[in-house]
Design a protein around this ligand. Structure first.
Ligand code: BTN
Length: 232
């Protein structure tokens, strides 16, 4: 397929129920945030898109990315014993290198999401020579092949668990777990926004999933994932 995002989105438009998953063995036009490409070699990674229909306004959609990132981090840690970090808003890292990412796309009105597509890409059995600079794979980190089906099962289990936890207990329960993996908060960061840049200290994640940043004049900014081009 070109990208599981497009297929899932088309399914979403045809009123496909929540929980529908589209999984590919390879993608020819895998994409990351903001039109970046996502390298998706055959049989090496996990490339999936999931349709969800949460009853939230679009400005809270970052929470879907947080829920998914927590689920992926838990699944990987549980299966491999490796320690995983999450970089706000959507990067899954191991040893400061990018292992995977989450892309959340919406079909929405101003005040209501019709459906969301959660795209998850993970480098699983990629060899070092097939990874771009700054990227890693589970195989490279663990020094052994990883069973993708086992990992997929674990991710789906954790996704459902955390999605239900979020619905049941609200975003604070997810943010609390997210803190366990976070490498953004407390740091001095530079955020490249669609309009200019912002430097300051990352303070916390707000209940709607946005990042609170204090600039050098003491002013606090609320940054939603949609505002961000790049964060370091
Ligand atoms: C990012 O880090 O920028 C997000 C990467 C998301 C990649 C996944 S792979 C499955 C799904 N299909 C795509 O084309 N992208 C997402």
């Amino acid at each position: 397929v070109n990208s599981t995002m497009d297929i899932a989105f088309d399914l979403g438009l045809k009123n496909t129920p929540e929980g529908t998953l589209f999984l590919a063995e390879a993608q020819t036009k895998g994409r990351g945030r903001l039109g970046r490409t996502w390298s998706s070699p055959k049989y090496k990674g996990i490339y999936m898109s999931l349709i969800l229909k949460p009853k939230i306004p679009p400005y809270q959609a970052s929470l879907l990315t947080l829920v998914s990132a927590v689920a992926v981090a838990e699944a990987i840690e549980n299966l491999t014993g490796l320690s995983v970090q999450i970089k706000w808003p959507n990067d899954i890292l191991i040893n400061q290198k990018k292992l995977g990412g989450i892309l959340t796309e919406l079909n929405a009105e101003m005040d209501q999401i019709h459906f969301a597509v959660i795209g998850i890409g993970i480098n699983v059995n990629n060899d070092k020579k097939n990874l771009i600079a700054g990227a890693t794979s589970l195989r490279e980190q663990k020094k052994e092949r990883i069973n993708r089906v086992e990992l997929l099962k674990e991710i789906l289990f954790r996704l459902e668990e955390n999605y239900l936890l979020w619905k049941d207990k609200g975003s604070s329960a997810i943010i609390k777990k997210w803190h366990l993996y976070d490498i953004t908060l407390g740091k001095r960061i530079k955020i490249f926004l669609h309009k200019g840049t912002l430097e300051g200290q990352a303070l916390d994640i707000d209940l709607d999933g946005s990042l609170l940043v204090r600039d050098d004049t003491g002013l606090i900014h609320k940054i939603t994932a949609g505002d961000v081009v790049h964060c370091r």
